[in-house]
Design a protein around this ligand. Structure first.
Ligand SMILES: [Zn+2]
Length: 309
């Protein structure tokens, strides 16, 4: 406890990020705003602020999409919404339960917002992997993720498309997984042509593939492109006003991973050998390449070896 306090004080004194401006909502259509995360992977230096989130102001309160990556960021996100409207925050739709999108949920839960997620997230929340991730974030994101951080589940589980009207705005929430995770949800704000897709799109950086079903992810991208949204908000990077073009990078990377690692797995080639002889130059300049590529490749190799054709 004392150590945590000293760490917090040190961070307050030393961190330039803290002196940085508060979160700024960026308007992307008449009633829709987003918060843009910084590039790169979560670290104490960026305070875990690496993911995007958004909100929609209706005549009857606010609907939020994702909650950012720490409880403090969740509070700052609420403060950012308050710059735009004093209306109550009714609901938070969660794209998926990766830490960088949900560790801000406690702040919204405390306000009484109703949290919606896909039921596959419940399995994850009860898994060892969820606890291991929490332990890792308590270390790497101290003091922003502290000992009192708790994982917040959903109040409503959404396993099929749900359409609702709120304050004059029509929302469609629907599963797009299993793709980036088994629990991927997307949301369309109909009147404004805005589509939130979570981590199905990584803008301008290498995607984090992890345990993802990359084959299903590729088909999910093909489905999303057909919605032809005016604006698409991904889990990281800039918003897109040209979904087909901006999803191309993520799609091409996934196809390449599957092609190269699939050929190696089929030929019973050793992973390290296959990895080092693969030409990664099309992607190696991208942010997060060094942190994520080897693991993405390894997981793809293992999945394909295990029968994911
Ligand atoms: Zn993710």
């Amino acid at each position: 406890m004392r150590l945590a306090f000293i760490r917090l004080v040190l961070a307050l004194i030393c961190s330039p990020a803290l002196i940085a401006a508060a979160l700024e909502p960026i308007r992307i259509s008449p009633n829709v705003y987003y918060i843009r995360g910084e590039s790169g992977v979560p670290s104490a230096a960026n305070r875990g602020h690496t993911s995007n989130a958004g909100f929609v102001v209706t005549g009857d309160g606010v609907v939020v999409f994702d909650a950012l990556g720490t409880p403090v960021l969740g509070q700052e996100f609420i403060a950012a919404i308050r710059k735009v409207t004093p209306l109550p925050i009714r609901r938070v739709i969660v794209s998926h339960y990766h830490a960088d999108h949900v560790y801000g949920l406690p702040a919204f839960k405390a306000l009484g917002a109703e949290i919606w997620a896909h039921p596959a997230a419940d399995l994850y929340l009860k898994s060892d992997a969820a606890q291991q991730r929490l332990a890792e974030r308590r270390t790497t994101l101290a003091p922003w993720v502290g000992p009192d951080m708790r994982l917040v589940g959903a109040d409503r589980w959404v396993d099929r498309e749900v359409t609702f009207r709120q304050g004059g705005v029509t929302f469609r929430v629907f599963p797009v997984g299993p793709a980036h995770t088994p629990e991927d949800l997307a949301m369309i704000v109909e009147e404004e042509g805005v589509l939130f897709v979570g981590d199905l799109m990584f803008g301008g950086r290498l995607p984090f593939v992890g345990e993802a079903d990359s084959k299903a992810w590729i088909s999910a991208i093909d489905r999303i492109v057909k919605f032809n949204p005016k604006v698409m908000v991904g889990g990281h990077g800039d918003v897109s006003r040209d979904a087909a073009t901006d999803l191309r990078l993520t799609r091409e990377y996934l196809v390449y991973l599957r092609e190269k690692m699939g050929a190696a797995a089929d030929a019973l080639e050793d992973f390290d050998e296959a990895y080092s002889k693969t030409d990664w130059s099309r992607f190696s300049h991208l942010p997060a390449f060094h942190e994520a590529n080897r693991r993405n490749a390894y997981n793809t190799y293992i999945r394909i070896q295990g029968g994911d054709k």
